[in-house]
Design a protein around this ligand. Structure first.
Ligand SMILES: NC(=O)c1ccc[n+]([C@@H]2O[C@H](COP(=O)([O-])OP(=O)(O)OC[C@H]3O[C@@H](n4cnc5c(N)ncnc54)[C@H](OP(=O)(O)O)[C@@H]3O)[C@@H](O)[C@H]2O)c1
Length: 503
């Protein structure tokens, strides 16, 4: 298909089915056009690949927001056919559902409702010093893998891991594969890592009522790291996994016996422009949500509010807010699919970085996971929140200098020039920026700002981690400095895996 042709909704639907199937590696007959798109588990990069391919096919750039505000392929195809430019002869397909419903305005405060039947105060208080059975969500993800490593080393507990899989065997191999990819898998720990097939997006975590009860009786402590990280999906698409999933975790913690919940939140809870330039401390409230524009950040804001309601009803919780999480400081191992790695790779290929004021406060995954596990085990942590961003951030300009010193021929250019380069000169689909273009160029806010505009330093809060560092004082856990050595380690790993080319 190319932009010279005219497309009916049925044409677009067939194209979407074929391309989605190819992207996620399934047969086309496994794609249901009435299924929610988010249920196909696309990450942000895959979503962007779909958008940029669509752009080529349709001859105009569909808004990435539009893409995810339509619940299924049938509805989306109809809407895209309606959006075709006038010179394209559009044949409407009357068999597809009409999809012209307006996008509803979102009131995040109204979303903060914790099921009143979740009543931890009805159970006797507990103090867990040595958990025997831990329940963990997100064990097939990046941070979750490193939390598993810490829990294996710091406790003797069995770790029951929630995993999306057809059966326990598939769940076990999904967990093992993930741990292997981060060099964490060790056969000797196999018996301590137990898959629990389920889904955060479903009531009772997708388990039957009986299994939920059995788990509620057996587990001592919960680590909730699972979430759908997608920067393109709207709130509505992420709510089931991130908000309602958190509610189900809180339900599990409050049944039969009380179980402390250690919740992985995000510094994104302070993303409202109301906090721009302000100092925010660990125990500060975050009442402002207006102006948080990413659906993902909106879900993290609501989910942490639910955790706090459960705490106020008597549940022992600790809350951990990581910043962007970078690779392991010792080995450089990282999640190569994450947004930052794709951006850096794209800028290297383009030869230009934007010359913007931005402080890199990302923390290595080994620091974040060690801090979470250590802090979760201190009785004095109960009820508190912790900030895990880097205590000594470094300016982006320093990173660019390091990259240049490694031999990459890159230049920092003013942001508007960088944007023009992105629009005019990034035409190779091999460059990750090509697929990220719709996301980076979209005007997201009321002020019509793009994502890079919105994340400029002046728009961010100053996040204090003073109290967190104090709480870590009794341990040997220190956040490794952001240094050229650490970036060398990261670069070496990215080259070794073939993600980056040698300079
Ligand atoms: N990475 C960062 O830079 C960063 C920064 C701040 C906060 N955080 C927070 O840290 C936590 C972990 O992030 P991460 O980087 O490890 O993310 P990740 O690598 O994308 O892992 C996400 C995990 O959540 C699971 N998950 C997603 N939807 C699920 C569902 N419906 N049912 C069951 N499990 C589901 C995934 O399982 P599948 O394997 O089945 O997809 C995966 O195990 C998240 O809560 C995130 O919000 C991360």
């Amino acid at each position: 298909m190319n932009s010279k042709h005219s497309y009916s909704a049925a044409d677009i639907q067939a194209w979407l089915v074929a391309n989605l199937a190819e992207l996620i590696g399934v047969e086309t007959d496994e794609i249901d056009v009435n299924e929610h798109l988010e249920n196909y588990g696309l990450d942000s990069a895959q979503a962007m690949i779909l958008v940029s391919k669509l752009e080529k096919m349709l001859g105009f750039q569909p808004s990435p927001l539009l893409l995810w505000h339509y619940p299924n392929i049938a509805a989306l195809s109809q809407r895209l056919a309606e959006d075709l430019p006038e010179d394209a002869a559009v044949i409407q397909d009357t068999n597809t559902a009409p999809a012209n419903a307006p996008i509803p305005a979102l009131d995040l405060n109204a979303e903060v409702v914790l099921d009143p039947t979740i009543r931890p105060d009805a159970l006797p208080p507990v103090t867990i010093t040595e958990p025997k059975n831990i329940f963990l969500t997100g064990g097939t993800g990046y941070l979750g893998a490193f939390i598993i490593r810490e829990l294996l080393q710091q406790t003797n507990a069995n770790i029951y891991c929630l995993v999306r899989a057809a059966n326990a065997q598939e769940g076990q191999s999904k967990l093992a594969k993930n741990l292997e990819s981060y060099a964490i898998w060790d056969e000797k720990y196999k018996s301590r890592i137990i898959p629990i097939v389920g889904d955060l997006a479903l009531p009772l975590l997708g388990m039957g009522a009986e299994q939920f009860q059995i788990l509620a009786a057996n587990i001592d402590t919960i680590y909730h790291s699972g979430a759908l990280l997608n920067y393109v999906f709207p709130y509505s698409a992420l709510k089931a996994a991130n908000v309602l999933g958190t509610q189900e975790v809180l339900r599990l913690a409050s049944q039969i016996k009380l179980k402390p919940v250690h919740y992985v939140s995000s510094v994104a809870v302070f993303e409202s422009p109301a906090y721009a330039g302000k100092l925010v401390k660990e125990q500060d409230d975050f009442a402002h949500w207006e102006g948080i524009f990413l659906g993902y950040s909106q879900t993290k804001w609501v989910a942490e509010k639910l955790v706090k309601i459960a705490r106020d009803r008597g549940l022992p919780v600790t809350i951990h807010r990581p910043p962007l999480i970078s690779g392991d400081s010792q080995t450089g191992i990282c999640n190569t699919h994450d947004f930052i790695n794709l951006m850096v790779k794209g800028c290297l290929q383009m030869g230009y970085f934007p010359d913007v004021e931005y402080m890199m406060d990302m923390s290595p995954v080994d620091y974040v996971s060690k801090a979470i596990v250590y802090l979760s085990m201190q009785p004095s942590s109960i009820g508190k929140a912790f900030h895990l961003q880097h205590p000594q951030p470094a300016p982006l300009s320093t990173l660019i200098k390091w990259v240049q010193s490694f031999g990459y021929p890159v230049k920092a250019i003013p942001y508007d020039q960088w944007q023009a380069e992105l629009i005019n000169n990034v035409s190779s689909t091999d460059n990750p920026l090509y697929t990220l273009r719709p996301f980076l160029l979209e005007r997201w806010s009321d002020e019509q700002l793009t994502i890079p505009d919105l994340y400029l330093q002046a728009r961010r809060p100053h996040i204090s981690c003073e109290e967190t560092l104090k709480a870590l004082e009794g341990s040997s856990i220190v956040c490794p400095p952001i240094s050229s050595e650490m970036f060398m380690t990261y670069t070496a790993y990215l080259i070794q895996t073939g993600f980056l080319n040698v300079a």
